[in-house]
Design a protein around this ligand. Structure first.
Ligand SMILES: *Cc1c(COP(=O)(O)O)cnc(C)c1O
Length: 430
């Protein structure tokens, strides 16, 4: 994108040779006020369908939407019907590509819609899916209960270990199966265990077919789009629950898939026929959220550092999982330095007193709310073993270190001394 001279003013990413950062482009990029009576902000295009300027134009739009012919280099998707596209979604998709430096993006009605549509775009009966463990609860259910009914087998490997430690198990698990996709969640929820994206992508490509290589997808919900850019580490697609940091105000459910134009076209086509795209109102809310994304995620990360330090030194806390506390001698430290731009704002920790101690802590909180979800402006705490991860079999939970004494904390943008005061008094209640 070094030269944007031929682009319209609302799609410029440079001033002369000076490259503008994503946070500076979140207020205007992709939106042309001249198309909306000069309105500074994009209206909500609350319409199901669009009027074609001529029959020929309508024909051309459908040829592209249904893949009947290749798109000309400068040809865009014409507006047809809001299940296929809508201006609020197109502006949102354009803005989201900037953070991850992706060629294309598709917005979905939920994170699960983005994940399921993307997996179904590339997997067929008899194929093998390789995935990290633990996975988000909904993704875990999809992979272990629903995809097998369609003849799609999955092979898992544990997050938090170097490639040399997991490669033999992956090779054995895949065997002579047809590996068509890999799904990585890093950092893992709720343990913050990392996966080496570059190493895993390279191994998946070695184990797949050279003519039809497996698609490597990364669920980047925990650190993205600010603090981790999987496409730069060899991933083909990045997936988001936009419900979390991107939305950031705990008031919208949405998702996104980003990557190179070619795999994205396949995902978009399936989105059209499954009907899993986001609606204009969600798109508009996310446009508003994106304007403060960097400020919010930065404030949350700064607060989380204070909370993690406080917890580490507290006598009632047995251990703290926070990327910012990872020591130089940790086997995944190199991966952390290479892959993550910040430790983010999710912390999990084990308390004294098992489930009883954890419940006393949660019930005593006054400022921090007891709720699942994460990444919003408010701090949220929950109990993974009995809530978000209740469905994960006990042996698997134990293997992953998700015990009865664990709390997960998503740190918000409140004053850090207020968060610390609440955590301190709740710890006293154990
Ligand atoms: C929340 C979440 C999802 C699911 O997203 P929804 O928007 O709730 O459908 C997927 N992956 C991760 C890591 C999540 O945290």
């Amino acid at each position: 994108m070094a030269d944007d001279r031929d682009r319209p003013s609302y799609k410029k990413t440079h001033i002369g040779k000076h490259r503008l950062r994503p946070e500076s482009l979140m207020m205007g990029y992709g939106y042309d006020p001249a198309l909306s009576e000069g309105a500074l902000k994009s209206p909500i295009f609350q319409t199901s369908t669009f009027v074609f300027e001529s029959a020929e134009a309508g024909k051309a739009y459908f040829e592209i939407a249904y893949g009947l012919r290749e798109r000309e280099p400068a040809e865009t998707y014409g507006l047809i019907y809001s299940r296929l596209n809508n201006p609020d979604l197109e502006i949102l998709e354009d803005r989201l590509t900037l953070w991850d430096e992706a060629e294309a993006c598709a917005a979905f009605e939920s994170g699960m819609a983005a994940i399921s549509t993307s997996l179904l775009a590339f997997l067929r009966p008899g194929d093998v899916l390789l995935h990290s463990e633990p996975l988000y609860g909904g993704t875990d259910y999809l992979v272990n209960h629903i995809l097998p009914e369609f003849g799609i087998r999955s092979v898992s490997f544990p997050a938090g270990q170097p490639m040399a430690a997991i490669e033999p198990g992956i090779r054995e698990g895949v065997g002579d199966g047809r590996l068509k996709a890999a799904l990585i969640e890093t950092p893992a929820n709720p343990t913050n265990a990392l996966v080496d994206i570059e190493g895993l992508a390279a191994l998946a490509r070695r184990l797949g077919s050279a003519d039809d290589p497996p698609v490597v997808m990364v669920d980047n919900t925990f650190l993205g789009p600010l603090w981790q850019h999987p496409l730069q580490h060899g991933a083909d697609l990045v997936l988001y629950s936009a419900t979390k940091f991107i939305g950031g105000h705990s008031d919208v459910i949405a998702g996104a898939c980003l990557g190179r134009a070619e795999p994205l076209d396949k995902v978009r086509t399936l989105r059209t026929f499954i009907g899993s795209g986001a609606d204009p109102w969600s798109g508009w809310l996310l446009l508003r959220s994106l304007e403060t994304l960097k400020m919010r995620m930065t404030a949350q990360m700064k607060n989380a550092r204070y909370v993690a330090d406080f917890l580490t030194n507290h006598p009632r806390v047995r251990c703290v999982n926070y990327l910012g506390l990872m020591g130089e001698h940790h086997p995944m430290y190199g991966v952390y330095r290479r892959q993550c731009l910040s430790p983010g704002s999710l912390i999990s920790f084990d308390l004294e007193g098992g489930e009883e101690g954890a419940f006393r802590f949660l019930n005593a909180l006054q400022l921090i709310k007891l709720a699942v979800s994460l990444g919003g402006t408010e701090s949220l705490a929950e109990h993974p073993a009995s809530m978000t991860h209740a469905d994960v079999p006990l042996e698997e939970r134990e293997r992953e270190g998700i015990g009865p004494a664990m709390i997960r904390l998503s740190v918000g943008i409140e004053h850090y001394e207020d968060i610390l005061a609440d955590v301190a008094q709740a710890l006293d209640a154990i």
